[in-house]
Ligand binder design. Sequence first.
Ligand code: ATP
Length: 604
Amino acid sequence: MSAPPLYRAPKSTIDPDQSSRSWLRRALPVVLAHKGLLLTSLALSLVGLLVQVQIPNVLRLGIDDALVARTAGLDRYVWWLAGLAVAQGFVNYLARRYLLRTAYEIEYDLRNIMYAHLIRMPYGFYDRVQTGELMSRSSSDIRAVQMYLAFGPSILVQCLIAVFAFALMVSIDPLLAVVAMATMPVIALMGVWMRKAIFPVSWLIQSRLAQVATVVDEAINGVRIVKAFAGEQRQVTALASAADRVRWAYRRDAFIRSRWSPTLENLPRLGLAMVLLCGGWMAIEGHASVGAIVAFNSYVLMLQPPFRMLGMMIMMGQRAAASAQRIYEVLDTGSEIAERADPVRTGIRGDIEFAGVDFAYPDGTVALRGLDLRIPAGTTVAVVGRTGSGKSTVAKLLARYYDATAGAVRLDGRDVRDYALDTLRDQVGIVPDEPFLFSVSIRDNIAFGRPDASLAEVMAAAEAAGADGFVRALPDGYDTVIGERGYTLSGGQRQRVAIARALLVNPPVLVLDDATSAVDVHVEQRIHDALRGLLHGRTTIIVAHRLSTIALADTVVLIEDGRVAAQGAHAELVAGEPRYTEVLATMQSGRDRVDSGIDQGVAA
Ligand SMILES: Nc1ncnc2c1ncn2[C@@H]1O[C@H](COP(=O)(O)OP(=O)(O)OP(=O)(O)O)[C@@H](O)[C@H]1O
């Protein structure tokens, strides 16, 4: 069995109780958790800047002293300039390394915070949201926020060059310094306008990218259905129309960027012309040196890259704000299935009671109406009923996938809401009719609930579930890695692996929700024989669509329209409950078509 990968928990969390705060304040803990790295990178950037702003000054002294006045040798200034350039390059390299490390640490944390939240969300949440939407919030939205959180402070530090350059220019010539920086207030104003214009488009882009992800996700996951109904062209058209909506949003974005960015970047260049005009006039009049004009020129040029980045940062900021809100929407969705403060963690015997249980799914569909049912520990009950009558819902409430709208579901006399969720789900094993398998080995699939199980235990569970024979015949036996979702196995084989998975955990309450529907009657018979031994002492609920399955149970519960219509031994119900015989007849006619009536004999 492969060793579980190491897990490093995120160093911080995003508190859901602070939804009124600005997105940046809420994200601050994630940044501050890496403040050591971030501050080192910012400090290094600052040192780089301090070195950089010295360069024009040395140039000025070189020109004025070595070229114009000839009071000093040129080589000294050349060495100084070369030394400063090398020092600046080295410091910038270090700053960038630290900055990128900060960025990826922040991304790691954000991803893990999001995933830890998603994986704990209840069934009801996943009924409502689309996978593609969640995928895009967990990937591109997180990337957008990470970029801004890590690179934003660094760009702001870079922009400090304006302050340093201004200070140095003032020390050389205050009047010329004011002229060189005259465009700065206009730049600040434009930045504010641009932010306002770009935010709605950023929001649109991110939500439309999520729509594309949803179309792709459904088409890939449903590719077998798409092909079965020759729906390829329809899917291509659906994607094209989603992609077209993204393209429209990106074009709006590009339009806004192309209108504002060049102006924002080039405004400092206007400063160049003004320096030449005023500085040139002052030099002619003898109020300024040629070296000072060259230095001012360099300073103004030096301002351009940070201001280009400032424009980018404003765009990034708006995209990050939109993305952060999309991430917070998920993080702020609380789990409706909450544990009480001091949950019960004791094991159970398996007494089950539904007392006046009403239940409606989050979309309002009423599934159970005043359901009363008692299943004593250690018994096996078959639940039958027409399709949609509420059989699977009974199982889902038992394991607290959902909570009852009214009434109570009790295990050993205690409300299921009193138990710790992991305790409850360890005690109640559910095998659904369409099991999900992971793209790992069969052994790891069976051992999913007990990763520490030995191979012998895995094989014993597989044997009981009737899976051992076909697994041994696979090329790598239990080590065979199955294709995505187990599609390289047949439906019946997948079901048997899922039964083995539940049996390995050996829960005191086992629910088989039509778990052998895709297995042929002979194999089902063998599984039942094995289960009969294993079911002993365990409370078992079998949602049954076959007479052969019902034969396993001590009692049968007939569910109609979300309530218990009748309960008793199979023979009693057949004798005295016409609704039961009606349901059996419909089950049987459906089965007959599948099994050619083979299993009628089993029930008899
Ligand atoms: N996730 C869901 N969201 C909304 N409604 C649901 C959901 N799951 C089931 N339902 C509805 O709840 C009712 C009961 O469903 P349930 O799955 O319990 O029926 P069932 O008796 O197990 O049916 P079947 O024998 O076909 O599996 C049905 O009307 C169904 O449409």
